[in-house]
Design a binder for this molecule. Sequence first.
Ligand code: G6Q
Length: 548
Amino acid sequence: MFCFNNSQSKAWKKLQNLQKHFKKTEMSELFEKDKDRAKKYTLELSDLTLDYSKNRFDDEILKALFELARERNLEEKRDDMFNAKRINTTEHRAVLHTALRAPSDSKIMLDGQNVMKDITAVLAKMKKFSDDVRYGNFKGYTGKKLTDIVNIGIGGSDLGPKMICEALKKYQMKGMHCHFISNIDGTNAYEVLKDLNPETTLFIVASKTFTTIETLTNAKTCRKWLIDALGEHAVSKHFVALSTNKEKVSEFGIDPENMFEFWDFVGGRYSVWGAIGLIIAISVGYENFEKLLKGAHEMDEHFKTAPLEQNIPVIMALLGIWYNNFFDIHRYAVIPYDEYLQYLPSYLQQLDMESNGKSVDKDGHFVKYATGPVLFGGAGTNVQHSFFQLLHQGTEFVPVDFIVPAISHNEIGAHHEILLSNVLAQSEALMRGKTVSEAASELRKAGKSEDEVEFLKKYKSFTGNRPSNTLLFKKIDAYALGQLIALYEHKVFVQGAIWNINSFDQMGVELGKQLATNILPEIQGKSFSQSHDGSTLSLIKKVKSFRK
Ligand code: G6Q
């Protein structure tokens, strides 16, 4: 029987006590004491290296964290996911995004059926279609090659394809361009469509449910744009759909033949590995898409089989829990030092915050401990010139994940060496800091007067002892990217399992949608309701007065 009441959890109590004794321990002292610390706390998987040694823990803490994981039956829960148990309990669904990247001869049974049969068929259809578009066998209505692919989708049907198309831009086919329309703000559609030629544009309507107002509104706008230029008959040559909902797709006017299917056992934010990845396959070729799947599968196997003590996602998750639940630090930053990964933080933001931003546990109780942290980030070195100030000198520490490839796709001059020196310097600086007396002696050396030294020394000091992980890749190609994304998926899974929450629903996004449907007719002047709070009422009034 699990023990979800932390006051009754042995490991939880142990960790609370350890934190009390450990909170003042300096990481640099730990490195002094143990010359092998870096080696001891580094893990490798193919060309991926995780150095987690610059974190505030020792062996005893790590041991207690593994105890916590075992107390929460992490291994059984992990196996339940891979074995198609309905672990998404509020929606009674299995969680099988890992099947999308499993080898085609795997046997993954759900309700008496091997899901691999359908998955393999859709992947084959994607391969054929992406090849046909890339090599001009599937042409536009007027016989021209399709060169601009527009993905219309939002949330899980947008962030993954957008992030990966950007991340793999170097592999993009020459003359093939990807565009993304997600926002209901007409500016998004306007800005994308204004430069496109209907004859050479392919629209991919990506929506698991095919009921999402943003996506359907954008899709209708694009459909009209196309029909105005080429007529109704052109639709079948310029529109395809990615969905679980055949009926709605054909209701919308897209031939189900032009639909790429996925299933309710694939959550939106976990869906990039199947049909939702179609734009990626068109952009970088199916071979690269397959490499992405293979990289992710390697991480799945590692997560499934490596002992907890050597398990990369497990260790990253446990360190996150250590800070979140025992240091009360409810945020972390992900900083890729790779311009191509600029959208990774927003992708991970959805993955982590939509999965674990929950307050009710799987047994229906409001939780009495912190769950998912706030995740933010941006590409290094740009962010060093913005929010890194707070990371170095803010009043509370923010754990950081640095992600960096040793080799750039674009080795120009000394750029990449400067970038590499920066990422390594940042994690060193966060840990090492600079004492007030070190700052004073530097100021003296720089020839400052004693008055200035006295005045400036505290401003110039850094507390240090701020933790970070470094994920070093050889190069970030499709395979490495697959490993990286799957790593974070499993990290989020582990944390959700330990917090005993359902990481696979997202009921928190519903209320706002519901209220928007009430407000819409009011803004349109079709109805008027007094059932709002005073602020909302007066804002509606003000909006209407501006739009008169
Ligand atoms: C992700 C969420 C959410 C979803 C979008 C789009 O896990 O469920 O971000 O992906 O709301 O939904 P549709 O794909 O159904 O349009």
